[in-house]
Design a protein. Structure first.
Length: 675
């Protein structure tokens, strides 16, 4: 395995990795380790090209010309607005005019925020409020959970990014008198955030009084938004403004991630202590810059499946990283450390005309990189190899199945096949820097850095990899709908699961198992993979996540799994070759389960100002959001299977039987397995 860190041969990594040979703020190195050939060589060459183009220093200076026109929205089609959304609102996906570079240097600019967070936390603690309830967009929730995960055991953070009534009921089930409410919405008009915040506010105000609640409320929003309601006195919400030039996906080291997690007890100062020097070190235009090498590795893996191996050990890291890589146009699949991840059908999960036509705009032409000696081949001696044997290579020095993958990048790759070899089918990714140095048959990446530096490293690398691939890493998800399309009639109902599908579903299919097999066939026909988006509760419905690996084994395809709407797979505008499965569920089985939350009242009034939505209203809003995403993916020609669990428990058992292929398995046995 090859190891890179800033500044030289890697023998002394501490000070150079944190900002230069003269000193170090934290003493922690930043390392990127690669395994497998020709993957490693391709990554080096791309890193050298990026260094020649001075993209690292230009990004650090906030130069948006790092991304040519195709990545700014000028040369690509943006997603159409979903039903009921307002495409003219600030931050809406359609019509975005250019890249957002405000996240460069965000950790350094956030240092004064550390003291403000500490003061607020002390103020709330004196008032008896120790628990933080975050209501925010998916990006805000992922960022806060990422920061909180780096202070395990010391944070009390509950986060809501959807209108799922089950999650809402659980969040409001206790400790209300000790709760600080944080509402994170950049534009201040997200209908789902607004509805959930309105419901939560009504319940908390009943419990502690409106004035006390206002004094314990923090708004994270852009200046001038409806949430920018700062006022004098101790009975108005605290407003901390967000920079409009910082995309939510890249906002973990700003108020979006630091404030909720910091108020809940996370070590914000410690996180920034590692992130700030990393920002400086990773701005070097040097092919040994770990951020450039990691960007090279990600770009070299364009035709590959990225197996995110930290899912079990660091789920918050994986949940944050997967959308970051997906937005860059890559296929990221959470996976257990010892799980076998199959390649995508046809070996081209990230392929497609949407990205290929733009590569020549984002990369130097062959006459600038051909035989000028800067392709990276003569740099191998400058970088230390770890004692990990042959790095998973065969006897010929290349990875064992390399000959089977010719052409995975497509014929118009403009030289990016790197000596005529295709990328590895699967690249193992170890992002949290723990565990043994990985070995790989195909390819592997491991990053070693402290938590703050890790965030900086992956943000820079993903953004620069997107530059190489011609994708837009900053594209926001389409605006959340205020209403959803009316549901189509179901194709069939199978033991508590209502199945909706499109014309791709063969006639005669009348079981969930058959529908899943047909969806896999549709994915194979297009050389893609499967994604499963669960619009369910990660706590009470956690067993759904267990089905990802069996589904992959059943279909022989990689399966990307995520909790919606946070996963938002396939709707950022990046190339999408997936077949999608969406899981939704009925609301609470017993209306009395919400009796203590205060969510009651006549009518479906989830978005009516001045009233608290009843359970059916939140359930309707959540369902409308899911239907809008399903409809958008269908409009773009993707095969979409929508499985609605009318009764969550019965539906989960039916789904488990279908995936595991055990029609005769009894319910008691499934409960023993976590269902």
């Amino acid at each position: 395995m090859t190891e890179h860190s800033p500044g030289g041969d890697g023998a002394d990594l501490g000070s150079a990795a944190t900002g230069g040979p003269s000193g170090s703020a934290s003493g922690a190195p930043v390392r990127v380790l690669l395994a497998g050939e020709p993957f490693t060589g391709a990554a080096r060459r791309i890193a050298a090209e990026l260094a020649d183009e001075t993209v690292a220093s230009r990004l650090a200076d906030g130069d948006d010309s790092v991304w040519p026109a195709p990545a700014t929205g000028a040369g690509r089609a943006r997603p159409a607005p979903v039903a009921g959304s307002d495409p003219t609102r600030p931050g809406a996906a359609p019509g975005r005019s250019g890249p957002s570079t405000g996240w460069a240097g965000l950790a350094r600019r956030s240092r004064p925020l550390s003291g403000q967070i500490a003061a607020l936390r002390e103020r709330f603690a004196v008032a008896g409020a120790h628990r933080v309830l975050l209501v925010g967009t998916p990006d805000a929730v992922a960022a806060a959970r990422l920061v909180a995960a780096h202070s395990p055991g010391s944070t009390r953070l509950t986060a809501l990014d959807s209108a799922d009534p089950v999650q809402l009921a659980e969040a409001l089930s206790g400790e209300l008198t000790e709760t600080v409410l944080v509402i994170a919405d950049a534009t201040g008009d997200d209908p789902v955030v607004g509805a959930v915040a309105h419901a939560v506010t009504a319940v908390l105000a009943d419990e502690v009084g409106p004035d006390t609640l206002a004094a314990r409320t923090v708004h994270l929003t852009e200046p001038g938004s409806p949430l920018d309601t700062a006022g004098a006195g101790d009975t108005t919400p605290v407003v901390i403004t967000l920079d409009a030039d910082v995309p939510g996906r890249f906002g973990a080291l700003g108020p979006l991630g630091l404030v909720p997690a910091g108020l809940a007890g996370a070590d914000v100062a410690g996180l920034l202590a590692g992130a700030v020097p990393a920002e400086e070190a990773l701005a070097a235009d040097d092919p040994d810059n770990p951020a450039l090498l990691l960007a090279g590795g990600l770009a070299a893996a364009r035709g590959s499946v990225l197996a995110l191996r930290d899912e079990v050990r660091s789920p918050a890291v994986t949940a944050w990283l997967a959308p970051l890589l997906t937005a860059a146009g890559l296929v990221a699949v959470p996976a257990a450390p010892d799980e076998t991840v199959p390649p995508a059908a046809g070996g081209t999960p990230g392929g497609g005309d949407d990205g290929d036509d733009r590569r020549s705009d984002n990369r130097r032409s062959d006459d600038r990189r051909g035989d000028d000696g800067r392709g990276g081949g003569d740099r191998r001696g400058d970088n230390r190899r770890c004692d990990d044997g042959d790095g998973g290579r065969g006897d010929d020095g290349h990875d064992d199945d390399g000959g089977d993958r010719a052409g995975a990048h497509g014929d118009d790759h403009d030289g990016d096949d790197h000596d005529g070899t295709a990328p590895p089918r699967v690249v193992d990714v170890h992002a949290d820097g723990t565990g043994a140095v990985p070995r790989a048959v195909n390819g592997a990446v491991r990053t070693d850095a402290d938590p703050g530096a890790t965030i900086v490293l992956w943000q820079v690398a993903a953004a620069l990899a997107a530059r190489v691939l011609g994708t837009d890493p900053f594209a926001p998800a389409p605006p959340i709908p205020r209403t959803g399309p009316a549901p189509d009639g179901p194709a069939f109902v199978d033991e508590g699961v209502v199945v909706h599908a499109g014309d791709w579903l063969p006639s005669g299919v009348d079981t969930v198992a058959g529908a899943l097999d047909a969806l896999a066939d549709a994915a194979r026909a297009e050389g893609g993979h499967l994604t499963v988006s669960a619009w369910l509760d990660p706590e009470s419905d956690a067993s759904v996540g267990v089905l990802r690996a069996p589904l992959s084994a059943r279909t022989g395809l990689p399966v990307a799994f995520g909790w919606a709407p946070g996963s938002r797979s396939g709707d950022t505008g990046a190339p999408d070759r997936a077949a999608h499965c969406h899981l939704t569920g009925g609301g609470l089985d017993d209306p009395d389960d919400l009796a203590d939350t205060g969510l009651h009242g006549p009518g479906d009034d989830a978005l009516v100002a001045g009233t608290a939505p009843e359970p059916s209203g939140m359930d309707s809003l959540h369902a409308a959001q899911a239907r809008a995403v399903v409809e958008d993916q269908r409009r773009r020609g993707r095969p979409v299977l929508h499985l609605h669990l009318a009764d969550r428990l019965t539906g989960l058992v039916t789904l488990a039987r279908a995936v595991q292929g055990r029609a005769g398995t009894d319910t008691a046995t499934l409960h023993e397995r976590g269902f």
